[in-house]
Design a protein around this ligand. Sequence first.
Ligand code: ADP
Length: 251
Amino acid sequence: MGSIGAKDVPVLITADGRRIDGRKADELRPLAITAGPLKQADGSAFVEWGANKVMAAVYGPREVHPRHLQQNNKAIVQCRYNMAAFSVDERKRPGLDRRSQEISKVIAEAFESVIFVEEYPRTSIDVYIEVLQANAGTRCAGLVAASVALADAGIPMVDLVPAVAVGKVADSIVLDLKKEEDNYGSADLPMALVPQSGRLVLLQMEGHMTREELHRALDLGVGGCRKIYEVMREALRTRYGADAPSPGVAA
Ligand code: ADP
């Protein structure tokens, strides 16, 4: 790995426009999704995306715990995103830190807007996301896994929700940041899309971009989400064949 002046900062974009792992700006890391690997959960999915490994399990609609959170007119969506202590190079302190709480909240809100929650009053739909190996983009990998797990559980939703992070790295706008790009880049923009309507249900940004860069980043992200969507649908087709839960149709 070369360096550009500052000690230990890798060359993020080479002279011929390639990234640290040889990808072009608009290329995703390899993505593989398995629907339904867990027998005990109502729905589950395992996502391997670059060096990320993420398991999602879904339970529900079921009784609400704690009880006082129950809503008379709709289901609530609860999410717990957790990074395992062994998921990163230096052992992460176990437990729910502020970052995990924030990610859990934005993922729950994203799903609340796509699940037909009015159909299941006084219940809870519980989403568990366990990051077993992390290499940036884990909230997006978690969303993708949870979305397939929700479909696997037969929870009616308007659509599957693909997600990806776009960013700015050495003045280039690139798709699907890996760890070094996330660490040394100048902006990170995770997003999640409802493909049928084009509605964004998650959009966060760390760092700086110009308005023009932001537009390019959003276009790049939407294109990436559409590719991810196909892999998600294929995972469900592999599990269910012609009976795969169909996005946009209540189960
Ligand atoms: P995301 O994983 O969604 O990109 P962040 O941008 O917060 O979320 O984190 C980027 C990456 O930094 C993570 O995927 C992980 O590889 C690493 N990371 C995050 N939190 C920790 C931590 N507490 N200890 C070590 N590495 C971490």
